[in-house]
Design a protein around this ligand. Structure first.
Ligand SMILES: C[S@@+](CC[C@H](N)C(=O)[O-])C[C@H]1O[C@@H](n2cnc3c(N)ncnc32)[C@H](O)[C@@H]1O
Length: 264
């Protein structure tokens, strides 16, 4: 895994740009939201969809089977390189949510996965509205380890306070508030938000689950020694919880929290 050359404070904007430091691991380890969550966000029979802040293509790779025309926009060169290698035929462009390199009214849906919280929404909301056709869909999802499952809560509490713990329910409730504040405003180009949650499990190993924690920005930016210690604790605690070895398989629960709204 690539390691950050410095350790900026997690409060700096460097967090939004940290993912490229682990782009290969990110592409290998981060699971996409399950099919039901993706289908819930997309409109029926879309002809063109934009995966905005597409990262290493975790969700983008699931779009070509659903949509004839797939566009992906991602600012980080290293993340984009992993995405382009996974989907050589996709239209992958450098850009941001605040300056989307697509024409007006050119897509039926914009999907944002685990990235909305990095956007300057005063600029991103009108920009997303600009590229959507009237009646087009904005779908937003955060997909993460399901800390509401009992044993995950126990595991999480053994990880210490270094920022590597799976996010709790309070954290996700705040995501909803963030969206309502940005999208349900007077004069908003979007209609009311709808919300749904989808749970699943993913077969993985304690080694890969510990490595997965290393793809979250707070952990990416930890000093290398702290990051290793956190990942060692995570792996050992998973082995103890399940009575398995580091490379034995177990089911890790995930929860995808989704929102959708329609361009007026
Ligand atoms: C947690 S990753 C999510 C990537 C991908 N959507 C996924 O589900 O795996 C967040 C991504 O947002 C990108 N990003 C950060 N700020 C952004 C912005 N202002 N506009 C667009 N993308 C941004 C980062 O480069 C990173 O690839």
């Amino acid at each position: 895994m690539a390691t950050p050359s410095s350790t900026p404070s997690p409060a700096t904007p460097d967090r939004a740009a940290s993912f490229g430091l682990v782009a290969e691991d990110y592409g290998r380890l981060r699971p996409a939201p399950q099919d039901e969550a993706i289908d819930w966000m997309l409109p029926e029979h879309p002809s063109a969809v934009l995966d905005l802040a597409a990262g290493a293509g975790t969700l983008t790779t699931l779009l070509p089977s659903r949509v004839p025309e797939v566009h992906a926009v991602e600012p980080d060169d290293r993340m984009r390189a992993v995405l382009a290698a996974r989907l050589p035929d996709a239209d992958v462009r450098a850009g941001t949510a605040e300056a989307i390199p697509l024409p007006d009214a050119s897509v039926d849906a914009v999907i944002v996965a685990s990235a909305w919280h990095w956007f300057d929404t005063d600029r991103a909301v009108p920009e997303i509205a600009r590229v959507l056709r009237p009646g087009g869909r904005l779908g937003i999802v955060w997909n993460g380890i399901d800390s509401g499952v009992d044993w995950v809560g126990r595991w999480s509490s053994r990880l210490g306070d270094s920022g590597g713990r799976p996010a709790g329910p309070g954290h996700f409730a705040r995501r909803g508030e963030l969206l309502r504040a940005a999208l349900e405003t007077p004069g908003s180009p979007f209609g009311a938000l709808e919300h749904a949650a989808f749970t699943t499990t993913r077969r993985t190993t304690p080694t890969d689950a510990a490595a997965l924690l290393g793809t979250y920005s707070r952990v990416i930016l930890l000093p290398a020694e702290e990051r290793r210690a956190l990942q060692d604790r995570a792996r050992q605690a998973l082995c103890a919880e399940h009575g398995i070895g580091p490379d034995d398989a177990f089911d890790l629960p995930f929860r995808a929290l989704t929102w959708r709204t329609t361009r007026r």
